[in-house]
Design a protein around this ligand. Structure first.
Ligand SMILES: Nc1nc2c(c(=O)[nH]1)N[C@H]1C(S)=C(S)[C@@H](COP(=O)(O)O)O[C@H]1N2
Ligand SMILES: [Mo]
Length: 323
């Protein structure tokens, strides 16, 4: 005879429908800790501004999985921090390193809004402490056909997006950078500031997309996008917005700065693709910025070498049209 014990109802529900309680509890706890940190903004921010430019001691740098680290020779820090595109601090590559010291990276607040369960205002330090940071060595390919290899510190953007609780109707996430003439006296005219970029939500949830706080084991230099940026290694560098102040969730493809300036040159997707040239130059090869690494020019790989991890996001799409 079959005796049904009380409380066995759960066993009749498909196990895939049950969120293990410990997972849910630790998520709730994380969220509480995170929001408490944000509420303490005033005092936390003062302490943080007095710290030298190294990570907080409680931040464990976790080992990163092998697919997140390329074996290529790394670009020296001296090059990666002095040859930059950060137009808010000047359009010449040497200017951001000279000018970006006027950026105040603490206190720094980040807004989360649009199609989310609840809009949030967060302190960057609480975002940084939300998950242990890991080092990932990524290829970094600019649309101008130069490249670097950089060790970044951060955690998967997907973890932060889950924290933000986008609504099911959210299909895209937009990144908005700071635009403040006081901190950016070189802010050039003729651009529709703030710098804006975006991704389809499934692209943003790919584990390769990195929410980034540091490079070469240290906090980001201002010219590299301190205190918080994204790094999207399978896309041209301009998708990787710097010094972010807002994550906006939306159901429509967001407006992006370069795409609006020159849509025939800079597509919304901007996946690295050696077979689709820029109208004014070839994308088949790239010049390595570190002149001591040979050969200086190497063939560019589809999706910048990350095809195994991201090509399926674009199944069925014509990548010549959706460049
Ligand atoms: N806010 C902002 N983000 C930006 C840019 C910029 O001008 N402003 N330039 C982009 C471009 S074109 C590239 S190649 C990368 C450069 O990042 P790096 O200087 O850290 O190498 O940042 C991207 N993010
Ligand atoms: Mo770029």
């Amino acid at each position: 005879m079959l005796i049904r014990k009380s409380g066995s109802l759960a066993s009749t529900i498909a196990s895939s429908e049950i969120t293990p309680q410990h997972t849910f509890d630790s998520f709730k706890q994380d969220r509480r800790r995170f929001l408490t940190g944000a509420a303490a903004l005033g005092t936390a921010a003062i302490a943080a501004s007095q710290l030298p430019a190294i990570f907080h001691p409680q931040q464990v740098l976790a080992a990163s999985a092998p697919q997140y680290t390329v074996p290529d020779p790394q670009t020296p820090f001296s090059k990666a921090s002095t040859y930059n595109n950060f137009y808010e601090f000047g359009t010449d590559k040497s200017e951001p390193a000279k000018n970006a010291h006027t950026l105040h990276t603490r206190p720094w607040t980040v807004q989360v809004d649009g199609l989310v369960k609840k809009p949030l205002t967060l302190d960057v330090d609480s975002i940084q402490r939300y998950r242990p940071l890991e080092t990932r060595v990524y290829r970094h390919r600019c649309v101008e056909a130069w490249s670097m290899v950089i060790p970044w510190e951060g955690y998967s953007l997907s973890e932060f997006i889950n924290f933000c609780q986008p609504l099911p109707s959210a299909k895209y996430v937009q990144f908005l950078s700071l635009a403040d003439k006081k901190q950016m006296p070189e802010l050039p005219g003729g651009y529709d500031w703030p710098y804006s970029e975006g991704l389809r939500l499934d692209e943003a949830m790919n584990p390769l997309a990195l929410l980034t706080f540091g490079m070469y084991g240290n906090t980001l230099p201002n010219q590299n996008g301190a205190p918080i940026r994204v790094i999207l290694p399978w896309k041209y560098g301009f998708k990787s917005a710097k010094s972010i102040v807002k994550f906006h969730f939306t159901d429509k493809q967001p407006h992006t700065l370069w795409n609006e300036i020159a849509p025939s040159e800079y597509g919304f997707y901007s996946n690295v693709n050696p077979t689709v040239d820029h109208p004014r130059w070839s994308q088949a090869h790239e010049r390595r910025i570190d002149s001591s690494t040979f050969p200086h020019s190497i063939a560019t790989l589809p999706f910048n070498g990350y095809a195994d991890q991201v090509a399926s996001l674009y199944n069925g799409m014509d990548l010549r049209k959706n460049y």
